[in-house]
Structures are given as C-alpha cells and as structure tokens.
Write a protein that binds this ligand. Structure first.
Ligand SMILES: [Fe+2]
Length: 170
C-alpha cells in the first residue's frame, strides 16, 4: 500500500503547475471554480434541452434565444477549466464528476411549458450569478486578479441572460 500511495503522489506531482499560490489558495480556488464549471455544464445542457424541446406560438424566438444563450454558456467551460489548471489545480474529468459537483439541478421532465422553461432558466442564471459572486470573494482573497476579472465578465453575461429570460416571460 505505501508503494501505491507513493505512486499516486508522484503522479499528482506530474500535474503540478508553478503558480505562486499557496496550497490552501489552490485548494480554495479549484474548489469554487470546479463547482462553477459543473454548474456551467449543467446549465448549458439544460438550456440546450429546452432549446430542443421548446413548443408553442413563440417557438422560433425562444428556440433561437436559448441557442444563443447555450453557445455563450458553453464558451465559458474551457476558460474556467483552464483557469483551474493555471492556478495549479486539477479540474473535472467526466460527466459523473460534473454530476457530483453541480448545484444547478437537471430537468428530465417529459414536457415543460415554454414559460416555465424560461422562468426556470431565469432562476438558474440568477443562482449562477450568486455563485459567481461567491467565487469572486475567494479569488479576491487569493489576489487572483485574472480570475476576478474573468468572473466580472461572466457575471455581466449571466445578468444579461437573466434579463432577456425575464423580459420574455412578461
Ligand atoms: Fe439547435
């Protein structure tokens, strides 16, 4: 067993990146960023799910709106994951790993009405904004300016998505 532990440790060493952050900071940054990454994948797939299963008289508008939002959300994933690697952490490895970390819930319902879809995504984007604000605090504490500056843009994008989703439902 000690040999196995030793092997695991030396394998983990191979993924270390010289970053200037303390082990504690790497742990905290990786943890908030990986949770955000899992949420981002979950929200991406839900937005696509609703894009694919949209129905009703505003089909074209809503279908296109959700596709536009899904593309914007998907574009975040690689940037978040690479940010984790840049600060010296490791990131998600599988759908199972995402499922363990995601806070945004899946919706596997057979039918969801168009307005319910928009409302649910509105709430999900709002909770993503809250998580982003929380991650901003952690990144600020670590003086991780690159992450805080990225997060500021992601908050603006999520607020824009929330705004569009809100306006489309009233
Ligand atoms: Fe499509």
């Amino acid at each position: 067993m000690p040999t196995q532990t030793h092997e695991k440790e030396s394998q983990a060493q191979k993924l270390l990146v010289p970053d200037g952050f303390s082990p504690e900071e790497v742990k905290n940054l990786s943890s908030v960023l990986n949770a955000l990454l899992a949420d981002t994948f979950a929200l991406y797939l839900k937005t696509k799910n609703f894009h694919w299963h949209m129905s009703g008289q505003h089909f074209r508008d809503y279908h296109l709106l959700l596709d536009e939002q899904a593309t914007q959300i998907f574009d975040l994933t690689d940037v978040i994951a690479e940010r984790v690697r840049k600060v010296g952490g490791t990131t998600v490895r599988s759908i199972g790993h995402i499922a363990r970390l995601q806070r945004i819930r899946d919706n596997d319902e057979e039918f969801v009405g168009p307005v319910e879809m928009l409302k649910e995504l509105h709430n999900d984007n709002k909770s993503l904004v809250e998580s982003l604000r929380g991650a901003h605090v952690v990144a600020s504490k670590a003086n991780d300016y690159a992450t805080t500056s990225l997060i500021e843009v992601w908050i603006d994008e999520a607020e824009r998505r929330s705004w569009f989703l809100f306006e489309a439902t009233r």
